[in-house]
Design a binder for this molecule. Structure first.
Ligand code: 5GP
Ligand code: ZN
Length: 112
């Protein structure tokens, strides 16, 4: 998708603050962090939202990758949150599926 912000990060047209990547996924720091650690994990393939996802391998890989990011950020023991906002009512603003990895402070429940 040529007009998708996160596809432009995958292609290198926009350079994100990259944390990790492999063949299928990319992780970079959120431009507007909501916690001391706030990383976005995205599949390199364009999928607009969780509502559009039908590839269990892609979703499973994304979730495991988010776990690995949290571990690498030193959050594995203290705890962290992985969030997939889906559609406007949940606050999704970028329509390329992504998992927020949040940690480094106490995270309250329920979320806002
Ligand atoms: P959503 O609101 O769709 O769940 O999450 C989109 C996230 O992308 C937001 O947390 C927002 O701060 C982040 N974001 C938007 N534009 C950019 C950008 O240009 N660079 C980075 N690194 N993050 C961005
Ligand atoms: Zn995209």
């Amino acid at each position: 998708m040529t007009d998708c912000l996160f596809c432009k990060m995958v292609s290198g047209e926009i350079a994100p603050d990259k944390v990790f990547e492999n063949n299928d996924v990319l992780a970079f720091r959120d431009i507007n962090p909501q916690a001391p650690t706030h990383v976005l994990a995205i599949p390199k393939q364009h999928v607009p939202s969780l509502n559009h996802a039908d590839d269990a391998s892609l979703l499973g890989g994304l979730l495991l990758f988010a776990r690995d990011v949290a571990r690498a950020e030193g959050l594995g023991d203290a705890g962290y949150r992985v969030v997939v906002n889906t559609n406007a009512g949940a606050g999704q603003t970028v329509f390329h599926i992504h998992a927020h990895v949040l940690g480094g402070r106490a995270l309250t429940w329920p979320p806002g």
